[in-house]
Design a binder for this molecule. Structure first.
Ligand code: NAD
Length: 297
């Protein structure tokens, strides 16, 4: 079984991007690539993702502006902040950290981002480009991360049967579009799919993005199949400190959508959680930032 190691590929990607930045800045008098992260509220999960982005930026010589707004910010005020970032020529990429509070019109807010600075690839203009198979389309970080893992491990996509579990606008749908553009035959499953196991087993590559811990069991996979697990779930696990029962504490444990232990000896390759798609999502965001930076010289 081959482990699709996202941490290793993230580090290789960081080295490549760092070289690109150093070389470009040595050749001409341009400012550093800069990402603006706009966060509404203070969700612990978002804070953790933003920290990972800041660390990666530091590794490759990019900088980050991180603005935090109160949860009661009005839609118009948030839009005005995005417009300010659009006009700032020292800012090359803009992301609105999701989720944002309900009551704010997410798509209207995202569509305010200048498409040239849309490094998450979530504006309607970019989604349309991706659907059209336009090479200029910005591929969302998670989708680019999955594609990069498959390509790095030389797993063929062209002509292959790929089943995706999940149909969100963030992962499942753009992933399906990107894989169609790579000439795969794509099946999308969701909560209403009848006989999920039949659909997952027929695939050469199974990609799970459902947000449902251990949804994929040994009954959903077969030999010589590749499994890419996008899911991030936190389940309770009891940890015993110093081997004393009275010192047992509950701890959150990160797992994917596939039951890794149950399927790893059946399939030919699988991405772990943590350490698979997650690290590649961050690296891919910065791949997009460097592309946007170059397009704005
Ligand atoms: P979502 O809740 O918006 O969508 C989940 C999709 O899965 C839906 O289309 C739903 O129909 C389908 N689904 C859920 N349970 C199912 C079931 N039992 N059977 C069949 N289909 C089912 O979630 P999302 O934003 O697309 O994220 C999906 C997962 O990917 C989450 O765990 C999220 O945390 C993770 N995620 C990971 C990364 C990463 O970088 N690794 C990035 C984004 C999202």
């Amino acid at each position: 079984m081959i482990l699709l190691d996202g941490k290793k590929l993230r580090d290789l990607t960081a080295d490549r991007l760092k070289n690109e930045v150093v070389t470009a800045m040595a050749e001409s008098a341009i400012s550093k690539p800069q990402l603006a992260i706009l966060q509404v509220g203070d969700l612990a999960e978002s804070n953790s993702y933003i920290n990972q982005k800041k660390l990666f930026a530091e590794k490759i010589g990019a900088s980050v502006i991180h603005e935090v707004y109160p949860t009661k910010i009005s839609e118009e005020d948030l839009i005005a902040e995005i417009v300010k970032m659009n006009r700032n020529d020292q800012v090359h990429g803009i992301i609105v950290q999701l989720p944002i509070p309900e009551g704010l019109n997410k798509q209207r807010i995202i569509d305010t981002i200048d498409p040239i600075k849309d490094v998450d690839g979530l504006t309607a203009k970019n989604v349309k480009r991706l659907l059209a198979g336009d090479e200029q389309a910005v591929i969302p970080g998670t989708v680019f991360g999955v594609l990069s893992l498959l390509k790095h491990y030389e797993i063929p996509i062209d002509g292959k049967k790929i089943t995706i579990v999940g149909r969100s606008m963030l992962v499942g749908k753009p992933l399906a579009a990107a894989l169609l553009n790579e000439n795969a035959t794509v099946t999308i499953c969701h909560r209403h799919t009848e006989n999920l196991a039949e659909a997952t087993k027929q695939a050469d590559i199974l990609i799970v993005a459902a947000g449902s811990p251990h949804l994929i069991t040994k009954n959903h996979v077969r030999e010589s199949q590749v499994v890419v697990d996008v899911g991030i779930n936190f389940v309770d696990k009891t940890v015993r400190l110093a081997l004393k029962p009275e010192n047992e504490i509950p701890k959150k444990h990160m797992v994917g959508d596939a039951d890794f232990e149950a399927v790893k000896d059946i399939v030919s390759a699988i991405s772990p959680v943590p350490g698979g798609v997650g690290p590649m999502t961050v690296a891919s965001l910065f791949h997009n930032l460097i592309q946007a930076w170059k397009a704005q010289w």
